[in-house]
Write a new protein. Structure first.
Length: 103
């Protein structure tokens, strides 16, 4: 069963612990999670780090964590500035962009 989890408007170092705790609660309660980023407008590397760690946790448990829609806006700009879009692995391309880099 898949569960849709809404991500808050802002996930930065100031709110990272709260978001990580919410994600951890979802890990305990649900099998597979789709993250709804439609409200996300403010983001920093804390968000990216949390998602990389969560993806590994879900994978080790034989579950799937994915984005409901491909990354866009502030998140894409952050990924680009931080160098995450250079030499993407196929798994990262699928996770962040559902297989297709934004134009």
């Amino acid at each position: 069963m898949r569960h849709l989890m809404a991500v808050p408007q802002s996930v930065t170092v100031r709110s990272a612990r709260q978001f990580a705790n919410s994600l951890s609660d979802q890990f305990e309660a649900e099998s597979n999670i789709d993250l709804d980023l439609s409200d996300l407008t403010e983001v920093d590397l804390a968000f990216v780090e949390i998602l990389y760690a969560a993806r590994m946790q879900w994978k080790r448990a034989g579950r799937e964590l994915r984005l409901a829609r491909p990354a866009e806006g502030a998140l894409v700009a952050l990924l680009e500035r931080a160098g995450f879009l250079t030499d993407l692995t196929p798994q990262d391309l699928e996770f962040w962009f559902h297989g297709e880099l934004p134009q």
